[in-house]
Design a protein around this ligand. Structure first.
Ligand code: FES
Length: 112
């Protein structure tokens, strides 16, 4: 008799899976793409066929602001003009310059 092993494939993705960048709008998953070190959130979004609006693409205007839900998108030492302490506290990140560090979930809308 074969021993049919029932694995727990339903458990949320963790450890063994390669990191993924996911884009949500509220509870709705808009798209996801494998994490590519060094790529910005906007570049990841393009891969995932999700549109994050951009304008200046240099961290100034805030058009690309998203909300970090999970994971890490490290901030530059000096905040770019498009962010301030309050926004950062609300988990705002700028898609055009923000580079995820592994698995992240972002809501493509700004926090406020
Ligand atoms: S596009 Fe202007 S801050 Fe990102």
């Amino acid at each position: 008799m074969s021993v049919h092993s029932v694995t727990t494939e339903e458990t949320p993705e963790k450890d063994e899976n390669p990191p993924v960048v996911r884009f949500l709008q509220g509870a709705k998953l808009l798209g996801q793409t494998p994490y590519v070190p060094g790529n910005t959130l906007v570049e990841h979004a393009k891969e995932a066929e999700v549109r994050i609006p951009t304008n200046c693409t240099s961290g100034t205007c805030g058009a690309c602001m998203v909300t970090l839900l999970y994971g890490e998108v490290p901030l530059p030492e000096t905040l770019p003009p498009g962010l301030d302490d309050y926004l950062v506290e609300e988990c705002a990140r700028l898609g055009c310059i923000g580079k995820p560090a592994g698995d992240v979930d972002v809501d493509i809308r700004p926090p406020l």
